[in-house]
Ligand binder design. Structure first.
Ligand code: ATP
Ligand code: MG
Length: 420
């Protein structure tokens, strides 16, 4: 062990478990790539003001969870706590929305940072794959994103997840509702923090996990009853498209989510095997965000799925994605000259597409064969001094123990045929 440990709230991805993370990222990306989404990568940090405006001054993310820093040059930056604001910033900066082809569909994958109280499923460094469809208002786009996330989870073998769906209204109907809710909340017996929240962002009080708060919320005005006709019709269309696609969802009129920029469609994917950190992903429509960060009106929708929690959900369901390394051939040289020759064969095998590993460090035959065993390879390729003199190499079937001498000059072709 070294003097250092991974910082609090973080952990390292190590083999063999790391294979599941790669598989999850890949599985989420595949349906997006297949549906017109292009890959985008933005910096790991941004101007802190982007998140303050884009995520919302009253959100937990901005008030409590951001890692901020001042550079030697005096810039105020923040490690990115989420992806949407950065992606929209980048799309606007590059004028992708002016190229004529709306929506601009983008997907991303990377590390995010939030200063949170670490616990299972909640870390200070975590990993998301996300998708954004920018510049178009169309319920089919909202439905598309939910369907693609559902497809991604199912392709991983995940079954015990649920989709929660709600509409948050728009700038016509939400303010009316907001006021009605505020009126209701003012009459409740709430602590100081929650009172303040009720004044700044009353919808988020609905999301409070505490039983004593939830008890008081019975009878609270519900946004559903305040939605304007346009929002109602839009939401109904999203629901119908999902139903037609065979994607089951639950209407959850209390689903608010932590970010200020959401409008209309909002959704969350929850998994029942995760305890209190049950959200594996979430997203929604954010028609006002572009203007909030100084851009033109660009109605958009997107989601972010948490890779860490998806891996935990797979574990909870007993789905094993830790695919072992796929070494087909393990090469064992005995002696200095054999080492050079066999290393050349290994290089050729790899170029021919055969997964091959090599015994490094001048091990004796016993230790080398042990390594061959551990690698899981189907064949060992053993080259001794006498083999070398005879122009052959020993091909050993690791399962049966059978061994045969094959001509060294044809080793690559023969092995390739066997592995086939
Ligand atoms: P929560 O309510 O659990 O705090 P959130 O609403 O803050 O989640 P989002 O900002 O919507 O989460 O992020 C999308 C997904 O990213 C979450 O559903 C979750 O899977 C993952 N995620 C968010 N924060 C963390 C974290 N601190 N550690 C691990 N995963 C996280
Ligand atoms: Mg959170």
């Amino acid at each position: 062990m070294s003097t250092f440990k991974a910082p609090k709230g973080t952990y390292d991805l190590l083999p063999p478990d790391s294979a599941a993370f790669l598989a999850v990222r890949e599985a989420i990306a595949a349906p997006l790539r297949n549906s017109g989404y292009g890959y985008i990568e933005t910096p790991g940090f941004e101007n802190v003001e982007l998140f303050a405006r884009g995520v919302g001054e009253s959100t937990d993310i901005v008030t409590k969870e951001m890692y901020t820093l001042t550079t030697k040059g005096g810039d105020n930056l923040a490690l990115r706590p989420e992806g949407t604001a950065s992606v929209l910033r980048a799309a606007l900066e590059a004028n992708l929305h002016k190229a004529g082809n709306l929506p601009v569909k983008l997907w991303y994958s990377g590390s995010y940072y939030r200063y949170e109280r670490p616990q299972k499923g909640r870390y200070r460094h975590f990993s998301q794959v996300g998708a954004e469809a920018i510049g178009t208002e169309d319920p089919a786009l909202d439905a598309e994103l939910i369907i693609l996330a559902d497809q991604a989870y199912r392709s991983l073998g995940l079954r015990n997840f649920r989709i929660l769906l709600n509409s948050l209204g728009d700038k016509e109907c939400r303010p009316v509702y907001r006021e009605a809710l505020q009126g209701f909340l003012r009459d409740l017996d709430l602590d100081e923090d929650t009172r303040r929240r009720a004044e700044i962002n009353p919808l988020r009080v609905l999301d409070d996990k505490r039983a004593e708060v939830q008890k008081q919320l019975v009878g609270a005005p519900m946004l559903r009853d305040y939605l304007c006709d346009a929002c109602k019709a839009y939401h109904e269309e999203v629901r119908e498209l999902l139903t037609a696609a065979g994607v089951a969802f639950e209407d959850d009129e209390k689903l608010v989510r932590g970010l200020d920029y959401y409008t209309r469609t909002t959704f969350e994917f929850v998994h029942d095997g995760l305890g209190s950190q049950s959200a594996v992903g979430g997203g929604g429509r954010y028609d006002g965000l572009s203007e909030m960060i100084g851009g033109p009106a660009l109605p958009s929708v997107g989601w972010a799925l948490g890779v860490d929690r998806t891996v935990l959900a797979l574990e909870a369901e007993g789905v094993d994605l830790r695919l072992p390394a796929t070494t087909d051939v393990f090469a064992v040289p005995l002696g200095e000259e054999a080492r050079r020759t066999l290393f050349g064969v290994v290089t050729e095998l790899r170029r021919a597409g055969v997964a091959t590993d090599f015994s490094y460090g001048g091990k004796g035959v016993k230790a080398a064969m042990k390594a061959a065993n551990r690698s899981g390879a189907r064949f060992a390729l053993v080259l001794g001094e006498r083999d070398l003199a005879e122009g052959v190499v020993q091909l050993k079937d690791m399962a049966s123990g059978e061994q045969e001498a094959i001509p060294l000059a044809e080793a690559v072709a023969v092995v390739r045929g066997r592995v086939g």
